[in-house]
Design a protein around this ligand. Structure first.
Ligand code: ADP
Ligand code: MG
Length: 233
């Protein structure tokens, strides 16, 4: 299968006054189409920095990143926005829903900027996919945490992305709800979606095909989590 994410030598240095913080050090990272990768690592190890760079929300200080065959480094902001819109869906720990919009309206919001008119499954298909067919007209305040995250996942899917990235998507949810959210991710992956998910939860991380461990801005290990294997990759 072809590589959909190809990162080579990714380095991210943040500057805080005179201090330089090396959030990523020379990271190589490849994800194939249809693969489910998880990333674990202690707080401050660079998980969010890596996900933000892979999702083109942030640019690396050095290194190269190809998304779906397109080199992103050196692209102008306008082209980067288009690449992000056409390829990437993002899910965050804090959901970031608009409190005055219904679940349906929150999911549809990205269509305002993409003019795609719900290419792919369309709004009703997405509501069904994320298990919210009977909650479409509810406001976020009337939904549980798990339902709010389902709305955020629906919003990430509405533009029919090639990859979904999630940064600790179950960080604000209880254990049973976290498992249900991961079941949804597994189902999306079965339908062909490429997934990269950061989590603190080892049980959930092992539901991926490959689990990467970050430490001090470097990939320290990769475990093949397919059933019946106990291998490093
Ligand atoms: N905007 C920023 N400015 C300066 N330092 C940052 C910024 N964002 C992250 N960092 C630093 O980069 C390192 C990696 O952070 P992060 O990727 O958020 O870690 P994680 O998500 O694994 O907890 C940390 O040392 C953090 O303090
Ligand atoms: Mg983080």
């Amino acid at each position: 299968m072809s590589d959909i994410v190809e990162a080579k030598g990714l380095t991210k240095v943040y500057r805080r006054g005179r201090e330089e913080i090396h959030a990523l050090r020379d990271v190589d990272f490849i994800v194939k189409k249809g693969e489910f990768a998880s990333i674990i690592g202690p707080s401050g190890s660079g998980k969010t920095a890596l996900l933000n760079v892979l999702g083109c929300l942030d640019t690396p200080t050095r290194g190269s990143l190809r998304i779906n065959g397109i080199e992103t480094c050196g692209l102008r902001e306008h082209d980067l926005v288009k690449l992000r819109r056409d390829n990437i869906g993002f899910v965050f720990q804090q959901f970031y829903l608009m409190p005055t919009l219904t679940a349906r309206e929150n999911i549809e919001l990205p269509l305002l900027f993409s003019h795609k008119n719900g290419k792919g499954a369309g709004i009703d298909g997405i509501l069904e996919m994320v298990g919210l067919s009977d909650r479409g007209n509810h406001l976020p305040g009337q939904l549980s945490g798990g339902e709010m995250q389902r709305v955020a996942i629906g919003r990430a899917l509405i533009n029919d992305p090639k990859i979904v990235l999630a940064d600790e998507p179950t960080g604000n949810l209880d254990s049973a709800t976290s498992h249900m959210i991961f079941k949804l991710f597994e189902e999306l992956n079965r339908q062909g979606m490429t997934l990269i998910i950061v989590t603190h939860n080892l049980d959930l991380a092992r539901k991926a095909h490959k689990m990467y461990t970050l430490k001090d801005g470097q990939i320290e290990g990769c475990e093949d989590c397919s059933p019946n294997t106990d291998m490093m990759c």
